[in-house]
Design a protein. Structure first.
Length: 222
């Protein structure tokens, strides 16, 4: 698997190159946005690890540039504390983010999650297991006699078709309720609470339907 690492900090590029090589990834690096876009076009990586704070082009603009021609996974490495920057990156097309300083095991878990999601030639799962239940996305049935409303199904489907990925509030609200509802985050809180009551073993301490505060939601599968 080919990974392009984009960061203007030499020590981070070196550390990631060493650790990725140790796990049998092919690695290319870029210290700025312009170099990243050229290397992505020439080398065709399978994954991009992208810092947002680049010296020439903002990381979000790099995401827009990549999304103009490729759907490869983009995992943002963010040193910015403001959630708005991360939300902007996700809305531009990033698949997930890790906040600096990051734990390497967490980073590699996120890499595995985004590559699993895109690795099977773009195919989507027909069934997913959430705790004690098997969800049949095609047949719209759930074992154990669990029944969902149409809106609950729509929310769950968006998360289930992106397993392990952080799906932004904006994407969920736009796709389920339309663009006029992008600020109605209470809709999501209400429906996620209902889904947890129906699917989680302990709704008060969910392990599958996860909230990323201020950002969005993530479905972790068994």
């Amino acid at each position: 698997m080919k990974v392009l690492v984009v960061d203007d900090e030499p020590q981070i590029l070196r550390a990631l190159r060493i650790n990725l090589h140790a796990r049998d990834y092919e690695v290319a690096t870029a210290p700025d946005g312009a170099t990243a876009l050229r290397r992505a076009a020439d080398w065709h990586p399978d994954l991009v690890l992208l810092d947002l704070g680049l010296p020439d082009i903002d990381g979000v603009d790099v995401i827009h540039g990549l999304r103009g021609w490729t759907s490869l996974p983009i995992l943002v490495l963010s040193g910015r504390a403001d959630n708005l920057d991360k939300i902007e990156a996700l809305d531009a097309g990033a698949d997930d983010y890790v906040t600096k300083p990051f734990d390497l095991e967490e980073l590699f878990a996120r890499i595995r999650a985004v590559t699993r999601r895109t690795g099977a030639h773009g195919t989507e799962p027909a069934q997913v297991r959430i705790g004690d239940h098997v969800v049949d996305l095609a047949g719209k049935t759930i074992t154990g006699g669990v029944r969902l409303t149409p809106t609950e199904w729509h929310v769950l489907e968006l998360l289930a078709r992106n397993p392990g990925k952080l799906v932004s509030q904006r994407q969920l609200l736009t796709e389920v309720w339309g663009s006029s509802a992008v600020k109605e985050s209470h809709y999501l809180r209400q429906y996620m609470a209902q889904l947890r009551k129906k699917l989680e073993r302990d709704p008060a301490h969910p392990i599958h339907l996860i909230t990323e505060p201020g950002m969005g939601y993530r479905l972790n599968l068994d």
